[in-house]
Design a protein around this ligand. Structure first.
Ligand code: RFL
Ligand code: PHB
Length: 392
């Protein structure tokens, strides 16, 4: 098999890239180790920056999002038993779209299959080689047949645990990493969300977040131990703790819990995000803790920069944008890393905090919610910083 761009991974990065390339008239093949059902049911992120939803809409991929997604004009921060609203619309004239990542994935998969373009599920034994040649190759097994996909470029969109990043020779990448002494216990519940907009709560018992997937379906999170055993969290304890941290102990509408899981918190970046003709994007190159709601948006931003650079290569024979791919992406990625770290540090209880640290954290929140300048900065970051397309 021969293609222009071999895309490894059908998460938000790989799927969205396939649409951007198709629109530019560039051939690509997407391969995915999991089944279609699995990726369409994997509950993860829920917030699209304004520009992420705008670009989906412009590409003709936003019809269901516009019907079923929820536009939010702000968020709430809760601490010292009080709720403070941050009005993005008033502060920066923008908002965000609350629409599940798995719904985005479903829409992108359906549109790709409808177009008849190749998207292969349940492949195995995936390997990449020839990365520093003009014909990098993806090898894999599909329906029992060994396949060789010869490409001009490979897009490594295979997430944090993928095979593309480890295929880069040792010594090329520099890794920046921070782990946090807590995780998130996330639930999906058949329960009406108690608030129209998200609530991020800093409580003495730890962080909690109220989000949603629809007016009937709540998505809620509790700060927990990173190695937390779910057996310690029967449904009644989850609701009790959510009630305490989000609503002062009472009044949170409850309902059957449909899914439960624990997520580790990590900040991670590799530099550069490219080697020869392999370009990494999304979680394959960087991870943010979810408190800033940036992961899926960063994946989209990376592949927008990549698609532009590939378009310049095929259309005008220019490779300067490809050469600058990593550097251009990383400037914005580091700002999103900073924001995600800031939100994480602001909202969680750290086990080794002194009484001084705790008072300082609450003063940070008090300052933030009392200062229009500070709220504007938060709003500007949360709705999404402008795209950067070139080095300046
Ligand atoms: P993905 O989604 O991990 O997709 C990678 C795909 O590659 C496949 N794969 C392979 N395919 C072929 N060959 C191989 N060898 C392969 N190895 C792996 C995998 O099966 C998978 O399908 O990465 P991508 O596309 O970079 O997208 C990144 C996002 O998924 C991630 O950043 C977000 O989910 C993070 N995130 C959030 N992001 C936001 O923008 N807003 C949010 O509100 C938000 N909340 C969250 C989050 C992530 C969370 N969890 C569960 C980590 C909340 C949570 C709780
Ligand atoms: C979600 O809805 O899953 C969600 C929302 C905001 C976050 C993280 C996750 O910061």
């Amino acid at each position: 098999m021969r293609t222009q761009v071999g895309i490894v991974g059908a998460g938000p990065a790989g799927l969205f890239l396939s649409h951007l390339l198709q629109r530019a008239g560039i051939d690509c093949v997407v391969i995915e180790t999991r089944s279609r059902k699995y990726i369409e049911e994997r509950v993860r992120a829920g917030v699209l920056e304004q520009e992420s939803s705008d670009v989906l809409r412009q590409m003709g991929l936003g019809a269901r999002m516009d019907r079923e997604g929820l536009i939010h004009h702000g968020i709430n921060l809760r601490f010292n038993e009080r709720l403070h609203h941050i009005d993005f619309q008033d502060l920066v004239g923008k908002g965000v779209m609350v629409y599940g990542q798995h719904e985005v994935v479903k829409d992108l998969v359906q549109a790709r299959l409808d177009s008849g373009a190749p998207l292969l599920f349940e492949v195995s034994d995936v390997a990449v080689d020839g990365l520093d040649t003009k014909t990098p190759t993806v090898r894999f097994t599909h329906q029992g047949q060994a396949q060789e996909l010869v490409c001009d470029f490979i897009a490594g969109c295979d997430g944090f645990h993928g095979i593309c990043r480890p295929a880069i020779p040792e010594g090329v990448l520099k890794t920046y990493e921070r782990t946090y002494p807590f995780g998130w216990l996330g639930i999906l519940a058949q329960a009406q969300p108690a608030s129209e907009e998200l609530i991020y709560s800093n409580h003495d018992n730890g962080f909690a977040l109220l989000s949603m997937r629809s007016p009937e379906l709540g998505r809620l999170y509790l700060q927990c131990d990173p190695e937390e055993d779910l057996a310690n969290w029967p449904d009644a304890r989850i609701w009790e703790e959510l009630n305490l941290r989000l609503a002062g102990g009472k009044g949170l509408p409850e309902g059957p819990i449909l899914q439960k899981g624990v997520t580790q918190m990590r900040s991670f970046v590799v530099e550069p995000m490219q080697y020869g003709r392999l370009l990494l994007a999304g979680d394959a190159a960087h991870i943010v803790p979810p408190t800033g709601a940036k992961g899926m948006n960063l994946a989209f931003a990376d592949v927008r920069v990549m698609a532009r650079a590939l378009d310049a290569f095929y259309r005008d024979g220019r490779d300067d944008q490809l050469a600058a791919y990593s550097e251009v992406c990383l400037r914005r990625i580091w700002k999103a890393q900073r924001f995600s770290w800031f939100m994480t540090s602001l909202m969680h209880r750290f086990p080794d905090d002194s009484a001084f640290d705790r008072r300082r954290q609450l003063a940070d929140l008090d300052y933030l919610t009392g200062s229009r300048a500070a709220m504007t900065s938060l709003a500007e970051n949360y709705v999404g910083l402008p795209m950067e397309w070139a080095l300046s």
